[in-house]
Design a protein around this ligand. Structure first.
Ligand code: NAP
Length: 291
């Protein structure tokens, strides 16, 4: 029988834990943690992501701020603001919502973020620390996946984990984290040049789909009893919904789920854990800054 890795319920539980910790801090007269977000341009999905991060910040008792820049902001202007945020003692952590407009070099911007406030865990310093197994801010989506697997006591040691996708924010870090001591998976990373993809995914005890293609993973690609983590988020038009759209993932759930032992639903799986992991990183940054 397939069981749900319920991201929504787990995220609620973790939010409550964070909110309790924040209440204890403020009861002692301390200021709450502060998360800032930088957003450039008017991309609809980015606006939604930033709004959700702000909402979650307030739900756990953090304060938050959003720095909005127009689509034609220059890289220099953006870098100056990052410098400002790096030096503002009232900001514990901040994120720069990606993607940035084409004329801005994303890596230049990420590199300018102080590793100490890089709660998205995207700077080379934090990625390096993560790979070395040192204390770091782990990128939110892979961190959320690890939290789900741990909280549901999913057995990982010695399991073959196949990661579909090798992006810097999902595929590469989750492959690294699951191969490390503690999770002890044997990991295979697949990407757009991988040959005989289905042959490889069928060997997966744990299959992580982070490919960015709607319902790409079909039943013939999954092994009986596999643990299935669907990272994908795609909005597709749906007239039956009030919003006019619904969210689907990288997996064709109606045919794959029944083969699996555990699955993350979409929506309500990895997504809520991503936001909550950002909150956890912000609290961690706050606690470090108080020392
Ligand atoms: P991405 O940067 O577009 O990376 C996609 C990866 O999939 C790349 O490594 C690409 O290979 C690989 N790929 C593409 N087509 C393939 C194919 N036909 N066969 C094998 N591999 C293929 O995407 P991402 O940022 O990692 O995000 C992946 C998905 O997760 C998206 O749907 C995104 O919206 C979603 N997401 C969700 C959350 C969340 O909170 N739930 C957070 C982040 C992202 P190459 O490297 O060779 O190009």
């Amino acid at each position: 029988m397939v069981q749900l890795l319920d991201g929504k319920a787990t995220a609620l539980q973790i939010k409550e834990e964070i909110a309790n910790e924040v209440r204890q801090l403020t009861a002692k007269g301390m200021r709450p943690p502060h998360l800032a977000a930088v957003i450039v341009g008017n991309d609809g999905a980015s606006q939604t992501y930033v709004a959700n991060k702000e909402k979650s910040s307030h739900e756990v008792g953090f304060t938050s701020s959003v720095y909005r820049f127009s689509e034609n902001t220059t890289e220099e202007e953006l870098l100056r603001s990052i410098e400002f945020l790096n030096n503002d003692p009232d900001i514990d952590g901040f994120i720069v919502q990606l993607p940035l407009p084409k004329h801005i070099n994303e890596q230049h911007v990420i590199n300018a973020i102080s590793p100490d406030k890089d709660v998205d865990g995207f700077t080379p310093i934090n990625i390096g620390r993560m790979v070395l197994g040192e204390d770091s801010y782990v990128p939110a989506t892979p961190m959320g996946i690890c939290t789900l697997l741990k909280r549901y006591n999913v057995e990982t040691a010695g399991k073959h984990c196949v990661v579909l996708g090798r992006s810097n924010i999902v595929g590469t870090p989750i492959a690294n984290l699951l191969s490390r001591k503690g999770f002890d998976c044997t990991v295979t990373i697949c990407h757009s040049k991988t040959k005989n993809l289905a042959e490889i995914t069928r060997q997966a005890d744990i299959l992580i789909a982070a490919i960015g293609k709607p319902e790409f993973v079909t039943a013939d690609m999954a092994k009986e009893g596999a643990v299935l983590v669907d990272v994908g988020i795609h909005r597709i038009p749906d007239e039956t919904k009030k919003s006019g759209y619904r969210i689907i993932g990288d997996v064709k759930h109606n045919e794959v789920d029944t083969k699996c032992s555990w699955v993350t639903p979409v929506p309500g799986g990895v997504g809520p854990l991503t936001i909550v992991s950002l909150m956890e990183n912000t609290l961690k940054a706050y606690n470090r800054h108080q020392k």
